[in-house]
Write a protein that binds this ligand. Structure first.
Ligand code: TXA
Ligand code: MG
Length: 335
């Protein structure tokens, strides 16, 4: 995309929010904070803006986007919600949950944003800046994570600028995000809801509301393909990522948790403890910033200690597995 000037807008300023909403209305690209990660917003109804967004991110256009609305009522007008989908929406919206439901038709989310699918991904974010921006804009806003395709998702405005300065029109700076990993994505198009992506709402919380276990994405079939954007390599720093490290090799950086110091840790190029007290919510919030910082220290590899898998640990493990996976082949679809 052509080089452009990227405005830095302080989200605390009401004028900046109005400016952000006006830019969206004019078909421009505006990054904004959500409670999970920063999103790169475009008017969901405007195919030219959506095409511009795919180009700015370097994302393949067959990977559909999440449409964000200020209210659940707006989302209910875009998708056809089953009773089960409505229960999840009532329990977790606004919040870090994305629901994939059959597309109900209409102009609010253009075909390009849905990648031509018969379904649509919808989310009502809780972050006050996202809420204010969506309310001021009035319509649905598609927003993938505001990083270059295949890179680590941004949890601060500075991360967005590092990836997208000169490629987008504005960044609303609302400080660091709270959850730190992307929304949980649930496919609620079938009889039994499926977990497509673990994220900010833990599996157990969803299952408690549903009263039954969630099926896994792997159990999809031709009629209900799994999330098109799920690929092995994603969220990838430049350095190699080595999981379940029992000891450190010379020169490696260390990503650790709850005070763990494996043999060799004293010689680490750099050490970040995601949560010295062993709090998984704190670890999720700090994960992407830690990967960026460890990558910037120049070590050839980042060794990661074993982490718990319960609660937000499932989303953390998912993102770390993708960061460690062999890097993108052409047929894969980074986000
Ligand atoms: O927390 C989040 O969800 C962030 C913030 C900005 O809201 N957004 C985000 O968007 O993570 P993105 O584009 O990075 O990831 C969206 C995922 C992709 O894996 C995409 O394939 C999937 O949602 N998706 C979108 N529409 C879908 C659909 N109709 N069926 C299945 N998966 C879908
Ligand atoms: Mg992403």
């Amino acid at each position: 995309p052509p080089q452009r000037h990227t405005l830095s807008l302080p989200a605390a300023d009401p004028h900046a929010l109005a400016q952000g909403a006006a830019l969206l209305g004019a078909g421009r690209l505006v990054a904004f904070p959500t409670e999970t990660v920063y999103g790169l917003g475009a008017d969901a109804a405007n195919p030219r803006a959506v095409a511009d967004l795919y180009a700015a991110k370097g994302r393949p256009a067959f990977n559909p986007l999440i449409a964000h609305t200020a209210t659940a009522a707006q989302a209910f007008a875009i998708g056809a919600f089953s009773a089960e989908a409505r229960r999840l929406a009532a329990a977790f919206w606004p919040g870090p949950l994305t629901l994939v439901v059959p597309f109900a038709g209409g102009d609010a989310v253009c075909e390009l944003a849905r990648a031509g699918l018969a379904t649509v991904a919808l989310r009502v974010p809780s972050h006050p800046v996202a809420q204010a921006l969506l309310a001021a804009f009035g319509g649905a806003v598609v927003a993938p994570s505001a990083n270059r395709s295949g890179r680590v998702s941004p949890t601060q405005a500075a991360h967005v600028a590092a990836d997208l300065d000169g490629r987008i029109d504005a960044i609303l700076d609302g400080g660091p995000t709270q959850v730190g990993v992307e929304s949980t994505i649930v496919d609620a198009t079938g009889a039994v809801s499926r977990l497509l992506r673990p994220g900010g709402v833990p599996r157990a919380a969803l299952e408690q509301v549903l009263g039954h276990a969630l099926a896994d994405a792997g159990t999809g079939d031709a009629a209900r393909p799994a999330s098109p954007g799920r690929l092995a390599s994603h969220y990838a720093p430049r350095a190699a990522v080595r999981l379940e490290a029992e000891a450190l090799a010379p020169g490696e950086a260390l990503l650790t948790f709850a005070g763990a110091r494996p043999p060799g840790a004293a010689a680490a190029a750099m050490t970040i403890d995601l949560s010295p007290t062993g709090d998984l919510a704190e670890a999720a919030a700090r994960l992407y910033g830690a990967l960026r910082a460890l990558d910037a220290c120049g070590a050839p590899a980042i060794a990661v200690v074993p982490l718990p898998r319960h609660g937000l640990g499932e989303a953390i493990a998912d993102r770390l597995a993708r960061a460690a996976a062999p890097r993108s082949a052409p047929e894969e679809t980074p986000q």
